[in-house]
Write a protein that binds this ligand. Structure first.
Ligand code: 6GU
Length: 287
């Protein structure tokens, strides 16, 4: 497909039907695992897994720390589908390709999408290892016209001009807070605004200061595009950032953002993050 046209409804349907023909799992929850957070997929029971390269129309994951598998299974009896590894703008894919899995989720029957990512902390009260419940976003690529909904709109997915002021489901945010308290995560569970940039270079000091002034609590290179497509087609959205490093905010700092630190923090906090998400899944009500 042409870069600005993306995939048709029929393309998405063909991929969804191909998947549905190969598994009995009928997922109502779709999960996207961020960098270093792929362990969530390993928690699924009775797995049926597909490598991205084997799925019709699917892009392949190229980033270290992302496995590149779509895993179906159950989490304490709840049917789920899990992306172990996601696609990013900086890999060079057209933006519609990055978000294609969300439409496939929708056509598989998914009602709630839960996304995780690794992010840099801009809020000075945050510490490395904090888990931030995303309550809102800043879509910087979108300001420059790079929105995954650019191009013709297919009403079978959603309206031309979708609302984004209710993108992050408030009930699910509250559920995360409640479950987090129960699990004893109160000391490192936060909430805030996530800002997406194209990457792959990390931010300059001036850029971090600017983003912080604009109201961002964390910065990363993913999630927002998926959220827009998921909301457009009416799925409920919940998203979490693991603060894997502090974004560098002053010229005296010796800190440097690097991918190894991101993966390292992911490994340390991953189990708690996985427990939070999996416990939430068992309490989500669907109609
Ligand atoms: Cl500091 N910046 C961005 N853009 N993405 C990140 C990050 C920082 N840390 C983890 N992911």
């Amino acid at each position: 497909p042409e870069a600005n046209k993306g995939y048709s409804y029929e393309d998405c349907k063909a991929t969804a039907d191909w998947l549905l023909a190969q598994t009995d799992v009928r997922p109502t929850v779709g999960i996207v695992c961020g960098s270093g957070l792929g362990g969530l997929a390993d928690m699924l029971k009775d797995q049926v897994a597909f490598n991205y390269k084997d799925i019709p129309n699917f892009p392949q994951s190229t980033v270290h720390g992302h496995a590149g598998r779509l895993v179906f299974g159950t989490l304490k009896g709840r049917p789920c589908v899990c992306m172990q590894g996601r696609f990013h703008l900086y890999e060079g894919y057209p933006i519609q390709k990055i978000t294609l899995p969300m439409r496939i989720f929708k056509l598989l029957g998914v009602e709630t999408v839960m996304l995780t990512n690794a992010a840099g902390g801009l809020n000075q009260d945050f510490k490395v290892g904090d888990i931030m419940i995303i309550k809102d976003h800043l879509n910087m690529p979108g300001f420059a016209g790079n929105n995954p909904l650019s191009g013709p709109n297919d009403e079978r997915f959603g309206v031309r001009f979708p609302c984004m002021s209710d993108a992050y489901d408030r009930e699910l945010q509250q559920l995360a807070m409640d479950v987090g308290q129960e699990l004893g995560y109160g000391d490192f569970l936060r909430e805030g605004v996530y800002c997406v940039l194209g990457g792959p270079s990390f931010e300059t000091i001036a850029e971090c200061r600017m983003l912080h002034k604009l109201g961002a609590d964390a910065v990363g290179m993913s999630t927002v595009h998926e959220v827009i497509i998921a909301r457009h087609c009416g799925m409920r959205v919940f998203a979490l950032s693991l603060i894997t490093n502090q974004a560098v905010m002053d010229y005296d700092s010796e800190e440097k953002a690097n991918h190894e630190e991101v993966l390292q923090t992911g490994r340390q906090r991953a189990q708690q993050l996985e427990r939070l998400v999996s416990t939430m899944v068992t309490r989500i009500e669907h109609n």
